[in-house]
Structure formats: structure tokens, C-alpha cells
Design a protein around this ligand. Structure first.
Ligand code: SAM
Length: 412
């Protein structure tokens, strides 16, 4: 499993003070190694900039790069970025504060810092963004990009900007960026990182704001967003996209251009264990044919793109909870072992053109087992609140926007 979701599932434990101390240790170690290395600020900034440019040079290359080479480059980028974060001197409170807002989980900078190592997610976004920026600049002198929920390192964009600056591919007159995050700790770390990378010339503003309410004063050409976790749960991707899509120019682009969330019934042991026995690492290129054949696909549950977002109807329930109707799905009826299967929800991300992030490429596209959904089987616990249906039933899925977002199935 990739960094994004493994970090986040463990994240709630970080509220325990002893664990916080242990985790802070890693940042202290970085700081100590920095002091020992006796680097000047200039030397450190050069190493940081080089690591960002190197990772992007690999990612944008059209020849196949070895997995181990990519990992090394991303690890170097992470090490350098964490040193910059250490120098931002966040208090323990700012570093580790994590909470649930009205639209989803607000992860602490401490937990967010790992997303810069999520190689194939960043590759899919950076390659897509690069092509989108190209296509916009064919007809316009400049492009304004909004990146909400960017986290402490804004890893989908800052490495790309470093590459543009170094290669002189696009100037600050051509690419202008607004970075938004609601977490004050993320804003502090981000400000330090932008300064260390000497990218201020490309940054119009860094805003501390809730992206579900933020109103940019200029129209936006490209909206880049990744605030989701596996199974399309917990974080506020949909609420943020739904609010900000209105600020896109008429031909403005959303990156990703489409997120397709799909459901399937799998035998857990086959999908999550047997399938990976021989694989070196989890990636869409390493899935196992037999395991893929064994899946019973239910189809698309929700598709998120500019047009579906603009047309989405929100329903408000009695207690103020907001939901969005998603697909109606007829459960297949000729699957012999349906009672043994579990629902798994996964996302396929098309960033731009033919670039994207496929199943298992990243934590965010990793299928998520849902142990509360039963077909042709009975939950064992007596006072269960699980969803129980039968082969052949029609099921309407809703997407719950408030609190911790996620899908709610209802039998028709
Ligand atoms: C996982 S981190 C960074 C994600 C980043 N987009 C990436 O690609 O690595 C998530 C960040 O999103 C921010 N965030 C979540 N919901 C938000 C919201 N509604 N408004 C602004 N920031 C939000 C959190 O504060 C956190 O810094």
C-alpha cells in the first residue's frame, strides 16, 4: 500500500502524546543531521532545488525509468523538504494537530509530509499538469492555477515549478499559482519551502483558508486538486471541487479531468493477498491476471468531472447531513460465491490527456474493502447496522459530503 492511505489510517493514533514524541524524533533527526553537515543556507537550498528538479526530470521523461531510481529520487526530495519543514519551526501543536472539519479530515502537516513520496500519484499529476499548461499556453499568454488543500509541500506543483524555473521552460509571467490550505501549520511550512526553493516569483498568493468556502478574486484556468483517500473516503475532494469549479473560466481545466469511482465484489484473500505474493511492489502494471479475472465488477458508482460537478444535486437530510445521489446498480445474480465476497471501492484518476493514476498506483487509488456491505450473507454481530442485500437487488448509492465523507448504499 502506498504512503497516502497507510499514513492516514494510522494517523488517528498520533494524538497519543508518547507517539507524537516518537514521530517528532524523525524531524529532530533531520535537523541534527543538517547541523552536523554544517551546510550554509545557500548550500541547503541548492540541494533542495536540485532534488526537486531531478525528480521531475525523471517523471517527465518519455523513457521508462526503473522503479528503484524513481524511489531514490523521491526519497531525496522528501529528505530535503523535511529539512525545510524543520526550519519552519512549527510548534508541536501545529505540527500534529489533526481534526475533522465539516467537509472532511484535516490532516496534520506531520502526516501530510509523506505524500511527497507517493511516486506514481505525483507522476500522473505532474505529467498531466505539464500537458495541460502547455495546451493552455498555446492560446494564452499566461495561465492562473489554483491548488487548494495543497498541504505543507504542495507536491503536485512545487517540483514542477522548480523544473520550469531551472529548465527555463515556462517563466513566472506564464505560470501563476495560488496555493490554499486551511491548516496554519501547513501554511508555515509551505511559506518556508517556497522561499527555500526560490519560487516566490511564480506564486501569486499563499492563502490560509477553507477551500470549500474560498473565493479567488481572479478567474482560474486550471484547478488542481487531490484531497482524497482510498475508496474516495474521509477527505473533502468532492466538496472542494464542487465549490471551486464555479471559478474556472469557461474553457478552464480541472486536473484531474475525471475521477471514476467504481465498485467490485472480491474474495479478500485473492484480491489483497494472493495477487501480491509474487509482485515486487503494488502498481497497476503488477496486478495478477487470475485475481483480476476473479473480480465481479459492479460498475461505476460516481464520476467526478467538470460537467458532473456543475450538475450535481445536493440533498440535505434532517440532521443537516448533505448527500449526493450517485449510481443505481443492479447486483449481479449468477455469482455462486457472492456470499463470500466483500465490496471494494476504488478510483481511477484521469489527470489530463492520457496521463493518470490507475488502481494500486497510489494509496489514493488502492481498492478499499468495505466490511459493512453484505450480499447473500448475514452479518455475525446481532446489533449490526450493516447494509444487507441479495443478488439481483437494485441498490442506490449516495455520497455523504459532511463529516467523514463516504458512500452510503440504500436498497430500492
Ligand atoms: C494529504 S495533505 C496534502 C495533499 C496534497 N494535495 C498532496 O497532493 O500531497 C492534505 C491537506 O489538505 C488540507 N485540507 C483538507 N481539507 C481542506 C479544506 N477544506 N480546505 C483547505 N485545506 C484543506 C489539509 O489541511 C492538509 O494540509
Amino acid at each position: 500500500m502506498n504512503s497516502h492511505d497507510s499514513q492516514s489510517t494510522a494517523s488517528l493514533e498520533y494524538a497519543v502524546p508518547q507517539i507524537d514524541e516518537l514521530l517528532k524524533h524523525s524531524i529532530r533527526t533531520q535537523l541534527e543531521s543538517l547541523l552536523k553537515a554544517k551546510l550554509t543556507t545557500g548550500q541547503r537550498q541548492l540541494l533542495l532545488q536540485k532534488s526537486f528538479v531531478d525528480a521531475m526530470t525523471l517523471v517527465l521523461s518519455d523513457t521508462k525509468i526503473e522503479h528503484s531510481t524513481l524511489l531514490k529520487a523521491f526519497e531525496a526530495m522528501y529528505d530535503q523538504a523535511v529539512q525545510s519543514m524543520a526550519l519552519a519551526q512549527l510548534s508541536e501543536e501545529l505540527l500534529t494537530k489533526q481534526y475533522v472539519s465539516a467537509s472532511g479530515l484535516i490532516m496534520s502537516p506531520h502526516n501530510c509530509k509523506h505524500t511527497i513520496k507517493d511516486v506514481y500519484r505525483i507522476q500522473g499529476y505532474a505529467r498531466g499538469l505539464d500537458r495541460a499548461i502547455h495546451s493552455k499556453l498555446k492560446h494564452n499568454d499566461s495561465v492562473t492555477i489554483l491548488y487548494p488543500a495543497c498541504g505543507p509541500f504542495a507536491p503536485l506543483l512545487l517540483p514542477l515549478l522548480s523544473y520550469y524555473k531551472e529548465s527555463k521552460k515556462f517563466t513566472n509571467k506564464q505560470v501563476k499559482v495560488i496555493l490554499v490550505d486551511v491548516h496554519p501549520g501547513a501554511i508555515l511550512a509551505l511559506t518556508q519551502l517556497v522561499e527555500d526553493l526560490q519560487l516566490s516569483e511564480y506564486i501569486l498568493r499563499i492563502e490560509e483558508a477553507d477551500a470549500t468556502e474560498y473565493k479567488p478574486s481572479e478567474s482560474i484556468d486550471i484547478l488542481v486538486l487531490e484531497a482524497m483517500q482510498h475508496g474516495f473516503t474521509k477527505e473533502g475532494q468532492l466538496s472542494i471541487a464542487k465549490h471551486l469549479v464555479q471559478f474556472l473560466t469557461i474553457d478552464g481545466l480541472m486536473i484531474p479531468q475525471n475521477v471514476s469511482v467504481r465498485g467490485m465484489m472480491v474474495v479478500g484473500e485473492t484480491e489483497f493477498n494472493q495477487q501480491w505474493k509474487q509482485a515486487q511492489y503494488s502498481h497497476s502494471l503488477n496486478v495478477n491476471n487470475d485475481a483480476q479475472q476473479d473480480r465481479v465488477e459492479l460498475g461505476e458508482i460516481l464520476s467526478i468531472n467538470k460537467s458532473t460537478l456543475l450538475n450535481m444535486q445536493e440533498l440535505e437530510l434532517q440532521d443537516g447531513v448533505k448527500v449526493i445521489p450517485a449510481s443505481k446498480i443492479k447486483l449481479p445474480s449468477s455469482v455462486k460465491d457472492m456470499g463470500k465476497r466483500i465490496l471494494a471501492i476504488y478510483a481511477h484518476i484521469d489527470t489530463f490527456a492520457d496521463e493518470g493514476v490507475e488502481q494500486y498506483d497510489s494509496g489514493v487509488t488502492h481498492p478499499r474493502p468495505d466490511m459493512t456491505f453484505y450480499i447473500d450473507a448475514k452479518p455475525k454481530d446481532i446489533e449490526h447496522t450493516h447494509f444487507v442485500a441479495h443478488s439481483g437487488d437494485m441498490v442506490q448509492f449516495y455520497y455523504q459530503l459532511s463529516g467523514l465523507p463516504g458512500f452510503v448504499p440504500v436498497k430500492l
